[in-house]
Design a protein around this ligand. Structure first.
Ligand SMILES: Nc1ncnc2c1ncn2[C@@H]1O[C@H](COP(=O)(O)OP(=O)(O)OP(=O)(O)O)[C@@H](O)[C@H]1O
Length: 898
């Protein structure tokens, strides 16, 4: 940098010199130039060091002194000191008389180099752009040459600038020695000018810096260092920040890409899910449309499973020891799900006996646990099946506890009855979108072989003659209703003519059952403080209408709490208690006979031997799903009863029944039936008119050809069911005839003219009127009806049991009949047929199991219209009750509202 400046200066110095030499004589021109430069340099130096040609001041050097001072470097040092006072601390001054000294030349050279060196060092210290001594070497050399002093400065700091050196050499090479000082002077003069300019500009810079940072010099430098560091740090930080941000941007870009890809994936997945959802929706829509089908299927399957389990299921329950017996030893050795092992005394054979049932509940089983296994049956009722649950066992073994609960009822101790109804309401409510259910209950007891309505608190009816008149008044509807037997959904399960109360909630049912329990015959015996002296039966009628198809399902459930068998010597029964016990035992023995016959697949099943077996006929005969709770007491002194009870229960468990039948009537069939009925009713009316005017009683046979039509829709129903137009025709006409002869019948209502036998056979079956009744009091038309009716009734009964005439039944049955005043002659054709088949031609056979006991019971649908307040028809109850003296009364059908 310095060398460049110097070379420029040198060139500038030389330029005018060279131009002039181009025109004129080089020598003279050089001389002129040298003189000029000398003059200019002298001027400048003079200005710098204050040389005045006139020598105004004594200290100002003269021209000669100046020239000398320039030569020995004093001028340069002084010039620098002038710019920066004290910058060159040491200046080697020439002695005043040096010019006179013989070694003046040597001293001048020494001075020159010494001062020049000091000058350069100071320049460097000041931080000014410097040139090195060697830059002026030419001058030195020339001076040396000029003065004859061979002196060179060898210094590491003063290295030769090759270019400047060369330049100087080039400049000075053609110069005469005497010209060199002039050139040097000129050059130095330019150099000094350059110094001056630079120093000035540097001063300006410094001043500016000082102004902007008013601080000390040291502070400035440290600050500038700090600033530099700070800015460097800042720069570094910015760099790092930038790098980081760059990285972050990259990462963000990556994340964005990933998110985009994720979004894309999600969009695809969503699209997929939407399409899947759409498909699912379609499937659901299809499923919804087929909901009814599925429901139907489900019901079928469910009931098939139930059927597979067997229709009579037997559950055994062991009563715990009562508080007063807590120290006793239990006869129950071991219970394992469906097995129970009884520890037996030696007189009963080996040390223990085992029995198997569908389930065995130990003494600590809760009411809820016991009920849980019966729940499926409750559902079946709502599906249109008939169900019977009955409790059997020795007195005091816990039957009432299981069915109703203890005396002090709590929600936990509610028995099967309450829970079953509660479940019924619950399930019907669950199905309310698809089915509309109506539920009604009846509660009766069989006390001393009389049927009593427990919901009315009326005891056995007194026997008054007008009962018979009322009976006759009901005769016509009974006959008509008889024809509806086989259309009935209840098929013998319904309780005869008891008060049927519609219910809509469990609370209502609880109230009713409490009334029923209060009315039930209960007495204290030695075996039980509150021994039930009757068989009680709570019957629940359910009618469900399928809201979509209009089909009607009718189900019915008997919940029977039997009176307990007892050994009269143990129960110490006397008087009324004894009589009750005898009735109880007899009816239970009749039940045992029926079970035995069923278990042996006997052709004859003696249902008619007791009211109880008549009631349970269809529950035991295959029309219903039946569950028996068999109860045993754990006490040792009850071991004999326990063993006989368990044996009986095993027999019951072995009874195989056919599949239960669903009671369903489709809406379409119902509609068609009504249409046919109304058409035929119109026809019958027309024909009836003709017949009335022309017919005499023997002519009735002409009607067998089917020329007439029934007058009542129920007759039409029967016709639909059995296709027997002859019977229908007869019945229509018979009805009219009966009306005509009603006066005669009323005349015959005197009790003396009303033989007991004429009423026999009415219990449980209105179809089978005794011959004496027909012969004595009913006109010919009635006999005709009877004959036809029997023929029809026989033709529809095809059970195996039907094949055997009641007259051939065994002796025990005979005994039973005589005991219950049941004339053998009348018993033919009297019994509920458990299976209904289409009419068949062929020989007439009578059977106990022929007539469905539907005749004893109005259809639930007709009864459901009753309001709870007007639930009892006294006349009807008279019909259902037997007499206190054990003589039989007709059990007709209560007014059904038809
Ligand atoms: N599982 C049981 N847990 C607690 N106590 C019970 C249980 N079973 C029955 N009992 C009690 O035993 C006694 C007799 O029960 P319960 O009256 O139900 O017998 P029962 O078989 O109906 O008798 P009966 O045939 O004489 O009417 C009652 O005090 C009853 O509370």
């Amino acid at each position: 940098m310095a060398s460049d400046s110097l070379s420029v200066v040198a060139e500038d110095v030389l330029k005018p010199h060279e131009t002039r030499t181009g025109d004129i004589d080089l020598a003279s021109r050089k001389e002129v130039q040298a003189a000029l430069r000398r003059y200019e340099a002298a001027e400048w130096l003079r200005k710098m060091v204050g040389v005045n040609g006139a020598r105004d001041l004594p200290e100002e050097p003269t021209e000669e002194e100046f020239r000398l001072g320039l030569r020995n470097g004093i001028v340069l040092c002084n010039a620098l000191n002038k710019v920066q006072p004290g910058a060159v601390p040491k200046v080697v001054e020439a002695p005043a008389d040096s010019a006179l000294l013989p070694d003046g030349a040597a001293l001048s050279a020494y001075q020159y180099f010494e001062n020049l060196r000091n000058f350069l060092v100071s320049m460097e210290e000041l931080g000014l752009p410097t040139f090195e001594a060697s830059d002026l070497e030419g001058d030195g050399v020339s001076v040396e040459q000029n003065v004859g002093v061979n002196f060179s400065i060898q210094s590491t700091e003063m290295t030769t600038s090759q270019s400047l050196n060369m330049l100087l050499h080039a400049i000075l090479s053609d110069k005469k020695p005497e010209e060199v000082p002039v050139i040097v002077e000129s050059m130095l003069s330019r150099v000094m000018q350059e110094f001056e300019r630079r120093i000035a500009s540097q001063n300006d810079q410094t001043a500016k810096t000082e102004n902007s940072f008013p601080s000390t010099k040291d502070e400035d430098s440290s600050m500038s260092l700090n600033d530099a560091e700070t800015s460097k740090g800042k720069l570094l930080k910015q760099h790092l920040l930038f790098d980081r941000q760059k990285r972050e941007i990259q990462e963000l870009k990556g994340a964005l890409q990933t998110t985009r890809a994720g979004m894309e994936l999600m969009r695809t997945q969503h699209a997929q899910e939407f399409s899947n959802l759409g498909k699912h929706m379609q499937v659901l829509a299809q499923a919804a449309s087929g909901y009814h089908k599925v429901l139907e299927e489900n019901r079928k399957l469910y009931n098939q499973v139930q059927d597979l389990k067997g229709n009579i299921r037997v559950y055994c329950r062991v009563r715990p020891f009562l508080p007063r017996q807590s120290s006793s030893m239990s006869t129950v050795g071991h219970i394992d799900d469906g097995n129970i092992m009884i520890i037996t005394p030696s007189k009963y054979g080996k040390g223990h006996k085992s029995f198997s049932f569908n389930k065995v509940f130990g003494p600590f089983a809760t009411q809820e646990e016991v009920f849980s296994d019966t729940q499926p049956l409750i559902r079946s009722v709502l599906d249109g099946y008939n169900v019977c649950i009955f409790a059997y066992g020795q007195t005091g073994a816990g039957k009432t506890y299981t069915m109703s609960g203890p005396k002090e009822l709590t929600e936990e101790s509610f028995g099967v009855n309450y829970r079953a109804l509660n479940d019924l309401f619950h399930i019907s409510n669950q199905r309310k979108e698809t089915f509309c259910y109506e539920i009604a209950v009846q509660m009766i007891e069989i006390y001393n072989e009389q049927v009593r309505d427990l919901l009315t608190n009326d005891g056995p009816q007194k026997r008054y003659p007008f009962v018979k008149i009322l009976l006759l008044l009901f005769f016509i509807p009974l006959l008509v209703n008889t024809l509806d037997i086989h259309n009935s959904s209840q098929k013998g399960l319904a309780v005869p003519n008891a008060n049927l109360v519609p219910v809509t909630s469990t609370t209502e049912v609880i109230e009713l059952m409490n009334i029923g329990q209060k009315n039930r015959a209960v007495s204290a015996t030695a075996m039980n403080d509150r021994s039930s002296r009757s068989h009680s039966c709570l019957t629940i009628h359910v009618q469900g209408r399928d809201l979509a198809s209009g089909a009607v399902l009718r189900g019915c459930m008997h919940l029977v709490d039997l009176a307990g068998s007892e050994r009269v010597n143990k129960s110490e029964a006397k008087g009324d208690r004894l009589k009750e016990a005898q009735h109880i035992n007899k009816s239970l023995s009749a039940l045992g006979d029926v079970i035995s016959a069923l278990a042996q697949k006997s052709s004859h099943i003696p249902y008619r031997n007791s009211k109880l077996t008549q009631l349970l006929q269809d529950s035991l005969g295959g029309q219903a799903k039946t569950l028996m709770f068999v109860h045993i007491s754990p006490e040792a002194d009850a071991i004999s009863e326990t063993l006989s009870t368990l044996k009986f229960a095993e027999r019951v468990a072995s009874v195989e029944l056919g599949a239960a039948q669903v009671n369903k009537e489709s809406g379409e069939v119902k509609e068609l039936r009504q249409q046919v009925a109304s058409l035929k009713a119109a026809l019958a009316k027309k024909e009836g008119e003709q017949i009335q005017s022309t017919m005499s009683s023997p002519d009735i046979y002409r009607l067998k050809s089917g020329a007439t039509s029934p007058a009542h829709p129920n007759q039409m129903q029967m016709m639909e069911d059995f296709g027997n137009i002859e019977v229908l025709s007869c019945s229509a006409m018979m009805q009219e005839r009966v009306e005509i002869d009603l006066q005669d019948l009323l005349r015959a209502s005197d009790s003396s003219l009303w033989p007991e036998d004429s009423l026999r056979g009415w219990e449980g079956d209105n179809l089978h009127m005794p011959d004496s009744f027909y012969q004595g009091y009913v006109p010919d038309v009635m006999r005709v009806y009877r004959d036809h009716h029997r023929s029809w009734a026989n033709s529809i009964a095809t059970d195996d049991s039907d094949d055997l005439d009641f007259a051939t039944s065994d002796s025990s049955e005979q005994d039973m009949l005589s005991q219950y005043n049941l004339p053998k002659s009348n018993s033919n054709a009297v019994n509920g047929g458990s299976k209904i088949k289409r009419p068949q031609s062929g020989p007439v056979k009578s059977s106990e199991t022929r007539t469905p006991s539907r005749t004893q019971m109005p259809s639930p649908s007709s009864k459901l219209s009753n309001t709870p307040g007007q639930t009892v028809n006294r006349s009807n109850r008279q019909l259902l009750s037997g007499s206190a003296d054990g003589k039989r009364r007709p059990i007709g059908k209560a007014a059904s509202g038809k």
